[in-house]
Design a protein around this ligand. Sequence first.
Ligand code: IMP
Length: 449
Amino acid sequence: MPGVVIVGAQWGDEGKGKVTDLLADRADAIVRFQGGNNAGHTIVREGEEFKFHLIPSGILYPDKTCMIGNGVVLDPRILLGEIDGLRRRGIDVGKLKISANAHLIMPYHVLLDTAGEIKLGKLSIGTTRRGIGPCYADKALRLGIRVQDLLDEKILRTKIRAALEPKQQALRELSVQRRKLRKEAGEGPPSSEPAIEDAPDPRLDLHTMTEEHLRYGHQLEPHIADTARLCWDALDAGRTVIFEGAQATLLDLDHGTYPFVTSSNPIAGAATVGAGIAPADIEEVWGVAKAYATRVGAGPFPTELSDDVGRHMVERGHEYGTTTGRERRCGWIDLVALRYAVRLNRMTALAITKLDVLSGLETLRLAVRYRSREGAVLDRFPYHQSILHSVEPEYEEMPGFEADIGDCRTLEDLPGQARAFLDYIADFAGVPIRLVGVGPGREQTVTLD
Ligand code: IMP
């Protein structure tokens, strides 16, 4: 299996980290190709929990090369924190390679993300406030600072100066606007937003920022590499490379539920741009979906539940964000959206995670079509935002299962109702299910085929 892409099939948090960790066993290299530390991947190995935001999930294998591709946006402070945390737990990070072309999330990106969300008020996206959107915006504006810039003081200073000026201006304007609004409402400044309030912010000082980033560059230098070339070398030698997606299909900037999306392209096709490989290098695309659905942040979610079943999913599934700790919105699995994701990514296999969370529910439901406000039946995921916002899902109902399935390891071990549920998903999606998660541990997996 030379080039294998792993993508989220829903709105993120599907358990891609666990699936990557399992498949990485047969791979030589694991590459992140988009997103940044808005992602949160949790892996439980021998009872020990690891959380990653930037580092590829394969890092727990000492013999695998792990790469952060050019398509990733990288906050160097966060990355160094992760490297340090792993080292302290005895994990060797010597085989971590970082693309010299990856863009850096700078302190002003984080401030702008927060300021932008506050300004949007009720219309906010619910971003992770990690600076993702402003960083990708600077990349497109050609005002971005790249990993390689950390190694040259003169270039770094010049680029920070050019990028900083418009940010200071924008933050000042936002600050004045907010002060005015608060004055009208008779409120004082909130202690949680001092950075936006009180210019000049020391974090936005050119000299301090340059010095700080030169130090980061010095620490990261042993890891900086031409990661695209490393991918080609591995692929050309017939070795297996996994391209690990972050976020998910329905959060894709172009194909997701815009504007309630992230600022990168988490679909399989983006692995080419974000890692520097060609479409023909990709042989397999694995989609990861939960046995139900979750979403964090704002935006349409047709199968969302606000009843006891939704609570069951939150509590049994521990549905709280790895990155922000926010409670996730929960609902039934949406097969209309899943079939869309299958085609968009041309998935060759599905991994269904967290099936165990559904145990104890009397009836299981799967959305198989939508009905529009006008009564039209929609079998396909609608491209029109306002239609999607108002559709009602129609469900197939199946009997649930009571048994605790955490110890099941083969399809035959699963209760008949759970098998029927999985068969229904695979038939509807038109893709075989190759892995089923029955608990958080890496061994709590049913492998098919
Ligand atoms: P951003 O990526 O921080 O700009 O956030 C944009 C949207 O994507 C928000 O709705 C976030 O909650 C969502 N999002 C970003 N990263 C993840 C993730 O890793 N899992 C789930 N949702 C995410």
